[in-house]
Design a protein around this ligand. Sequence first.
Ligand code: SAM
Length: 309
Amino acid sequence: MMDKVIEHKAVLVDRVKEIFSDVSGFVIDATVGTGGHSYALLSSNEKISVIGVDRDSEALEVASVKLFPFRDRVVLINDKFSNLPQILERLKIDSVAGILVDLGVSSLQLDDPDRGFSFRFDSFLDMRMGLSGRAAADILESLSVRKLAEIFREFGEERQAYPIARKIVEVRKKKPLKTTFDLRNIVYEVKGRTKEGKIDAATRVFQALRIYVNSELEELKNLLSSALDLLSSGGKITVISYHSLEDRIVKRTFKSWSVGEKNEITGQILPGSVRGKMLTKKPIVPSLVEINENPRSRSAKLRVFRKCI
Ligand SMILES: C[S@@+](CC[C@H](N)C(=O)[O-])C[C@H]1O[C@@H](n2cnc3c(N)ncnc32)[C@H](O)[C@@H]1O
């Protein structure tokens, strides 16, 4: 794997540095990936130590090399970020000054033909970010038309979800569906190869399946449900998301933390239920210059919340 040399370009790096410039103490990089954001944080703010988490052990190998100059201020953990409470307990750390979450997949995963994330390469349809759980090919083999259609519609907002699901079940009766090209060809057969705006006809189905395989939305909800307990007072959580399903969850959660809960009878805000302030009314997005340099940044949206109590 180490001889493949695939680079992941971290997104909105200068903004992330700015956000954490007044922070001192532990910052959890919950999706450390190949270490781009962590490197920027550690080199720009010497008061920060990083707890870098990723479910992908290959990414952590790359991160450990990149972050070697800061080895006294870094610990890397191969785990899912929904396990952050247990991770901190094991490290005997009560709370942290910051949490950074850069969702989605890294270029290391997308551009590696062996990982089966992309329909650009013909390979086993795997799509797992970590090694546990079922590969996408197993899921295509076993789920009903209804369930497959639900996945494509819910996680990919795919309009032709049902015809694609029906075709998958029809084809798999004749031969097993094993590869990225097997799936891509079914989508093209149903939808044609015409692009939808800038995106390929197969993009939505691949995105949907990846989200399902890795339980991405549940992971995000679990992380957010424990994040405030892990942050110290004044601590900040920053989330970068790449599609509307994720961004909606982040936006609604941050909003609910900032407006608090109402007493159902009096309509008054319950004491202690306002947990802090949303520091980004509108999400921060990459500049045109950044998008030109790194087209994968184009859909990024960054939101920040500061915990007060
Ligand atoms: C966009 S990349 C992060 C890139 C990183 N910020 C950098 O600068 O290199 C997303 C990373 O999050 C990881 N990831 C996604 N969901 C995760 C989860 N639930 N728990 C832990 N890691 C996760 C992926 O394996 C991937 O390496």
